[in-house]
Write a protein that binds this ligand. Sequence first.
Ligand SMILES: [Zn+2]
Length: 182
Amino acid sequence: MKATMLYGPRDVRFEERPDPTIVEPTDAILRVSAACVCGSDLWPYRGIAPIAQPTPMGHEYVGIVEEVGSAVKHIKPGQFVVGSFATSDNTCPHCQFGYHSSCVQREFMSAAQAPLLRVPLADGTLVATPDVPSDDLIPSITTRLSLLRDFCMIDSMATLHTRNRHGTQIETTSASPQSATG
Ligand SMILES: [Zn+2]
């Protein structure tokens, strides 16, 4: 498949990459319907956040589930799903407390700017919509739902950090995901 890779500042290439496969029984493979360019993609793109090697791009995505591993119970092939920039198992103490962005099994996603994507911890990371949206709705859905997931994940992260530092939880309000962590 062809996928987007960042080689360095202002050096983005669309090149041949191997199709992802199920690695862990908790994985899912998505056929990506749409993926966003996040503001955090722009830090390495502009050279402000250096990268050590060519890096697959994309961590905001929606798509159709193609395949799931043997331990995936709730996500099914054929569902339209919204993913998250960080994986979560939805079972560890952090997830149970609502801080999925700090899951003990967290991995940060990349490689979503490609036709196919492996998503670890599929049951906790993906949210299925009731129906498959029409193609003309997907761009707006992608933007809004990805942003919403970013808000939820980053706001929970910011809140957790605040709780740890001061011993009390405060509400976190942000105008963009980046402003919540900036
Ligand atoms: Zn967890």
